[in-house]
Design a protein around this ligand. Structure first.
Ligand SMILES: *[C@@H]1O[C@H](CO)[C@@H](O)[C@H](O)[C@H]1NC(C)=O
Ligand SMILES: *[C@@H]1O[C@H](CO)[C@@H](O)[C@H](O)[C@H]1NC(C)=O
Length: 412
């Protein structure tokens, strides 16, 4: 009987532990799953606020939101700023679509933000510095995208005989309630992978220009030894081998800016558009020549020139156009390359039987925009499969050791 009781006791104990574990797991999942995390309204606790400057969100008056009288800006600037600071904490009347151009113009000169997470040794790990530095624009919330980039085209180390290093470019998440633990997570991520650069500005679409200039500063200061940079989005597929193949025939001391180049783009004057730019902000009818932000290549020499040029160009809220303005300033012509498909792949009308998600398409490309996480993973694996055979096969990879192991040994 005593053994029975003990067994029963053990069973109850186990059951209890299972329940506790289960509920613990469940509460964790609730925090992590994107659907549920939208329902949590928890504010980050004061102890989580590691960074200064976040506590005092700026408030906008209704007058600031509508872009009514742009010319008065400089006159009223100080008074307005002072009154803004004095305003109480009712929620701002900003809607999603209304971009506050007036506020942007007011704060345009504020373009130096602290680097909160740095990787000062990133380019010192190899004697000559990296041949290629991959810099990927990302937002804190996209852990999964960064993870897949690390495991596929963003791999660090030797690729085709040259050194490749990687950084992710991040700002402060705009909606902190959506991910209350973001600071802890991003610090852990940085410790684990040493590829996070985090700056102290809000990570919004219209702040991507800030990301651009802060990255240029960083590259010049902390990575002067790199030969080339690939800069792009996290939702692209990059054929790094092709890029290296292309770059190996170039001199990093020559000008080089290659991508999907856009000529004669007009500013969009439709207010509802994501890219709406009022004439008061940009009066000319066309933008300078610029590269689609999905991905482009620069030489070390061009980086240094751009860094200088961009210092003298006023901030403009669309980052790739802004870079075009910097290029124009130093009269540097970006070069178009058909391997950069930053608007995705258009199904060739001449060969409708081909699927666009065919690895043989990607084999000769450099950058393809707009892929889902799983597609990036799948494409990378398909392209690196020894069984991949495309009819117009150019030399994909040299005969490597791993391949020779698969071959049956020759018996003499
Ligand atoms: C921030 O995220 C929370 C939770 O996902 C959501 O309820 C809220 O509306 C968001 N706020 C803004 C300003 O987007
Ligand atoms: C850019 O970031 C700064 C600093 O966090 C912020 O004050 C500003 O509102 C942001 N601008 C836009 C357009 O999101």
């Amino acid at each position: 009987i005593r053994r029975d009781v003990r067994l029963k006791g053990d069973a109850i104990c186990t059951l209890f532990l299972v329940v506790v574990l289960g509920s613990l797991l469940y509460s964790q999942l609730e925090h992590l799953s994107p659907r549920n995390r939208e329902q949590t309204h928890k504010k980050p606790s004061p102890t989580q606020r590691v960074f200064p400057g976040l506590e005092a969100p700026k408030r906008y008056s209704q007058a600031d939101v509508t872009f009514a009288q742009p010319r008065i800006i400089t006159v009223t600037k100080d008074a307005e700023l002072a009154s803004n600071q004095a305003r109480t904490t009712t929620s701002p009347p900003l809607t999603h679509s209304a971009f506050d151009f007036k506020h942007y113009l007011l704060n345009k000169d504020n373009r130096n933000f602290d680097l909160l997470i740095n990787q000062p040794k990133k380019c010192k790990r190899t004697p000559g510095g990296p041949f290629l530095l991959i810099a990927v624009k990302s937002v804190i919330e996209d852990f999964d995208r960064r993870e897949i980039v690390r495991k596929t085209w963003g791999r660090e180390g030797l690729v085709n005989g040259v050194q490749v290093q990687r950084v992710f470019l991040l700002g402060i998440p705009k909606n902190k309630t959506a991910l209350a633990t973001w600071e802890i997570l991003v610090h852990q991520e940085s410790l684990m992978y040493q590829d996070i650069l985090l700056w102290d500005f809000l990570d919004t679409f219209f702040n991507l220009t800030l990301k651009e200039i802060h990255f240029l500063n960083w590259a010049v200061e902390f990575c002067p030894t790199m030969k080339f940079i690939f800069k792009g989005d996290a939702d692209v597929f990059v054929n790094v081998e092709n890029i290296i193949d292309f770059l190996e025939r170039r001199d990093p001391e020559d000008d080089l800016f290659v991508g999907d180049i856009i000529y004669n783009a007009h500013p969009i004057r439709v207010q509802k558009s994501k890219y709406y730019i009022p004439e008061t902000m940009y009066g000319l009818g066309t933008y300078p020549v610029y590269a689609g932000g999905g991905g482009f290549l620069l030489s070390s020499s061009t980086i240094r020139k751009l860094f200088q040029a961009c210092k003298e160009v006023e901030l403009f809220p669309i980052d790739d156009v802004f870079l075009g303005m910097c290029l124009q300033r130093i009269n540097l012509k970006p070069v178009s390359h058909e391997g950069f498909k930053t608007f995705g792949i258009v199904k060739p009308s001449a060969a409708p039987h081909l699927q666009t998600f065919d690895p043989c398409f990607y084999k000769d490309l450099m950058v393809v925009h707009s892929l889902k996480v799983a597609e990036i993973w799948l494409m990378w694996n398909l392209l690196h499969s020894p069984r991949l055979s495309c009819t117009q096969k150019k030399t994909v990879a040299p005969y490597t050791d791993t391949q020779s192991k698969i071959q049956p040994p020759k018996i003499l």
